[in-house]
Design a protein around this ligand. Sequence first.
Ligand SMILES: Cc1cc2nc3c(=O)[nH]c(=O)nc-3n(C[C@H](O)[C@H](O)[C@H](O)COP(=O)(O)OP(=O)(O)OC[C@H]3O[C@@H](n4cnc5c(N)ncnc54)[C@H](O)[C@@H]3O)c2cc1C
Length: 313
Amino acid sequence: MLRSALLYLSEQPQIFKFVRKNGLAKSFANRFVAGETLDTALAAVSRLNARGITVSLDLLGESVHNEAEARTAGEAYLNILDRIHEKRADANVSVKLTAMGLDISEDLCVAIMHKILQRAREYRTFVRIDMESSEYTQRTLDLFEQRLYPSYRENVGIVLQSYLYRTFADVEHANLIKARVRLCKGAYKEPETVAYPAKKDVDASYVRCMHALLKYGNYPGIATHDEAIIKEAKRFVKENQIATSRFEFQMLYGVRRDLQDRLVREGYRMRVYVPFGTQWYPYLMRRLAERPANVAFLTGNLFKELVGKRRQK
Ligand SMILES: Cc1cc2nc3c(=O)[nH]c(=O)nc-3n(C[C@H](O)[C@H](O)[C@H](O)COP(=O)(O)OP(=O)(O)OC[C@H]3O[C@@H](n4cnc5c(N)ncnc54)[C@H](O)[C@@H]3O)c2cc1C
């Protein structure tokens, strides 16, 4: 119920206008978002690299409204790749196709993605295409497989979400074509017609997909903070003698830092997804929806701030 309400709010731009003015919401966002500029994000990358953690940088921003906005977002990614290269940072990038104009024109989106992938290839780095809500799943996978992957096999990969009924079949297909996959549970509000409503089924689907990716996949990203699933991944790779260089764990910036460090100490590869930029509201709402304790923390602090202001008056 709370999750659905928060995911609904994540899609309301007028609420973002209100929230952005609130200093506390902004400072809470800083827990999950590495600031609003590329410089603050690159500083976060340096700190993570110093802890032995690699990064995927994400410029926040979802569906754009016109061609000019999509082209600007594409240019911003070229700049991110240039700066990563200049700084010799250990980071790649994650991109949302709707931010690259998918809703405006598929050809436009492909043209922008080609520029980004061309630059990524020059720097021998990698671009992950994030997965958005189920309305985009088929379009994202088709665009990837038919229009990007044939030219940039080494530089581009996809994300699959275990909450969708279709995902095990997508994992098998990705393994067949040797595409690189990040596996996550899925963060959007989805109807029962396409996604498992019960968490236990999402988790079981995750484990089934994870086994297939670890055994037959091409360098999968195991993206989760779920300790039980991580434990199962460790058990499975040991049993099947899968080297730690054949996969990586991935987590979100600001979530389970302790677990991130522990996995690095144990000799596993760890990548942290670092979002930054001014458009942090939908991302923050999805993080709140994942964990009711975050909502309690935020509302508790908002309350304290209000009481504090009253006392000052
Ligand atoms: C690297 C990465 C990339 C991702 N990319 C995508 C994508 O492209 N598309 C997409 O739909 N989703 C994406 N996600 C989000 C993902 O789908 C889940 O919504 C999110 O990771 C929470 O699921 P979980 O696997 O951690 O399991 P859960 O069962 O939700 O959580 C397990 C435990 O992790 C901790 N935890 C999880 N979330 C939070 C939080 N927000 N705050 C504090 N603690 C938390 C808690 O301790 C919780 O008990 C990505 C996640 C990661 C890690």
